[in-house]
Ligand binder design. Structure first.
Ligand code: HPA
Length: 281
């Protein structure tokens, strides 16, 4: 089956259940799933109720689409994503994103949990992607039947919308939220990075590391979606970790949960202000 036919199969399944045309997609990361419960919800669809769709196995990822409104903007929230480390092919990882695009979403905000490789990017703070390093994981643009989705060769210059980035930083400042811009690197995981890997990543120009998102951003780029991506810094990376405690997924989730309130302000204000100044496509 062509990938576009697989996507349309799910778009049609969803359309049979709900008539909703989202403008903005929001992807929630580890520990950040609570945000979906704060929107003006209209309906939700569990991934498991879509025949043959991906299933979330990572703890802290609910596994459903939530449809609703933020400040009268129509949004679809991915409450839980799937990862490369769960054994999925990259086409499956970006399937929910592509489905949201074909449901109507032309704008997207990605969120995730990430480890910081800089002392000044502290746990509890946020990092807006200025740029990304994605080549450690297979690209979703690889494949022989993707022509109907978008171009194979895409320009990555300024792939993260400048106005979106500027607005997020402004909102952070206005609300006393510690937020910076930086470069994200996606590692395959699921083991956390060694000190040597972290040193290498730093030399490559990365500021924070995680196990998702960059491949999804490339899929969004291929679809010409207007995008921003925000990391919630949940921990210092191996070489910077000054505690004697080993890094665990529960620690990452817990720190993410603590950041939920600030994330809610960031995203809700972003949607409100982006709408006011006509930034949303
Ligand atoms: N490394 C990779 N992924 C992560 C980390 C990390 O330190 N923290 C949260 N996700």
């Amino acid at each position: 089956m062509k990938e576009i036919d697989r996507i349309n199969y799910y778009v049609n399944q969803i359309k049979k259940k709900i008539d909703f045309n989202p403008q903005l997609a929001i992807v929630l990361g580890s520990g950040l799933n609570d945000f979906a419960d704060t929107i003006d919800k209209v309906a939700s669809i569990d991934y498991k109720d879509l025949d043959g769709f991906v299933r979330c196995s990572a703890e802290g990822h609910v596994g459903r689409f939530v449809f609703g409104y933020i400040n009268s903007v129509r949004v679809v929230v991915m409450q839980g994503r799937v990862h490369y480390y769960e054994g999925y092919d990259v086409a499956d990882i970006v399937l929910p994103l592509r489905v949201m695009y074909y449901l109507g979403a032309r704008n997207v905000i990605f969120t995730n949990a990430a480890g910081s490789m800089r002392e000044d990017f502290k746990p509890g703070s946020f990092m807006v992607f200025y740029d990304q390093i994605a080549f450690l994981v297979k690209s979703p643009l690889i494949g022989n039947n993707l022509e109907s989705i978008g171009n194979r060769f895409v320009d990555t210059t300024d792939m993260f919308d400048k106005d979106f980035r500027k607005l997020l930083l402004k909102i952070g400042k206005e609300n006393g939220i510690d937020i910076n811009e930086g470069v994200y690197i996606q590692a395959a995981g699921p083991q956390y990075e060694t000190v040597a890997e972290m040193r290498a990543f730093k030399l490559w120009g990365a500021d924070a590391v995680g196990m998702s998102t960059a491949c999804e951003c490339n899929a969004a780029l291929q679809l010409s979606m207007k995008m921003a991506a925000i990391s919630c810094i949940t921990n210092y990376e191996s070489g910077l970790n000054l505690t004697s405690e080993p890094l665990t997924h529960s620690q990452v989730q817990l720190m993410g949960q603590k950041a939920n309130q600030a994330l809610e302000i960031l995203i809700k204000q972003f949607v409100k202000q982006a709408k006011e100044v006509n930034l949303l496509d």
